[in-house]
Design a protein around this ligand. Structure first.
Ligand code: ATP
Length: 264
């Protein structure tokens, strides 16, 4: 588990209050309240279509919520200028579900993409930086010269992870980090996630359907259901929380309070 660095009394790294979002007549977020503690790792669970990705996109500023408050480091993001918002996003790293690597660029350019695009690093320095970050995720510097299409799924995840941490963010989002990997590679990636998050002292927010992964990478967990957070607790308790909905979900049981309608 990722160790805690700060007490519970500190300002939440991320705070969501009364977040609402509808698409047409479809209510997706129906008053999401959630606090994510600095230096902690939060795992968000929920069925398909329950609003997990929409929640992340709202935090990233990619989708404007209809109502509600989003605070990062105690600042209401709605009050930030465009430049201030960009500065906040520069402090956020993201590991995308599908890797989202650019096949037209070698691995090293993918890893340092943001730093290069923002002119924060020369191409020569980026090669060295990529080698350094690739080593942190267990890849040889020579991988930097390959195309992403030449890599296995596990290696692509590692490269995606390297890219997420290259700018040393203080918040990292992980979108289904183990999806598509075999269980052993999934455990390896989880181990790397725990290591890099701890090393950076970052706050992590992960979406996953993989309960073993959730227990490994999470300090805290929250479950979203019908657009609201219905439970919050320790990730290690998943499957044995005493909340019938969470336990049904965590154990993958067909029968239980979560109705089949959600899986249509
Ligand atoms: N831009 C959009 N326009 C219209 N509907 C959207 C948009 N983005 C998301 N939705 C809808 O919002 C709902 C929640 O989507 P979201 O992607 O957050 O689900 P999720 O919990 O991440 O699901 P999964 O686990 O399957 O990825 C879905 O019904 C989806 O179709």
């Amino acid at each position: 588990m990722i160790s805690t660095r700060q007490g519970t009394m500190s300002t939440p790294k991320i705070r969501l209050a009364g977040l609402r979002k509808s698409f047409g007549s479809k209510v997706v977020l129906d008053g999401v309240d959630l606090e994510i503690r600095p230096g902690h790792s939060m795992v968000i669970l929920g069925g398909s279509g329950s609003g997990k990705s929409v929640t992340l996109k709202c935090i990233l500023g990619l989708i404007p919520p209809d109502e509600g408050l989003i605070e990062i480091d105690g600042r209401d993001v709605a009050t930030l200028s465009r430049r201030e918002r960009e500065e906040v996003n520069d402090r956020i790293g993201m590991l995308f579900q599908n890797g989202a690597l650019f096949d037209s660029l070698p691995v090293w350019e993918n890893v340092c993409f943001k730093l290069l695009a923002q002119g924060r690093i020369s191409r020569r320095a980026a090669r060295d930086k990529a080698a350094e970050v690739l080593a942190q995720v267990g890849l040889a510097a020579s991988v930097g010269d390959l195309s992403p299409s030449e890599l296995s799924g596990g290696m692509q995840k590692r490269v995606g992870l390297a890219r997420a941490i290259a700018a040393e963010p203080d918040i990292i989002f992980f979108d289904e980090p183990t999806t598509g990997l075999d269980p052993i590679m999934g455990a390896v990636i989880d181990g790397l996630i725990v290591d890099v998050v701890k090393r950076l002292g970052a706050t992590a927010v992960s979406i996953t359907h993989d309960m073993a992964s959730a227990r490994r990478i999470g300090d805290d967990a929250a479950m979203i259901h019908k657009g609201r957070i219905i439970w919050r607790g320790e990730a290690r308790s998943l499957g044995d929380t005493g909340n019938a909905m969470v336990d049904q979900f965590a154990r993958g049981e067909r029968e239980g309070p979560i109705q089949m309608e959600l899986r249509k």
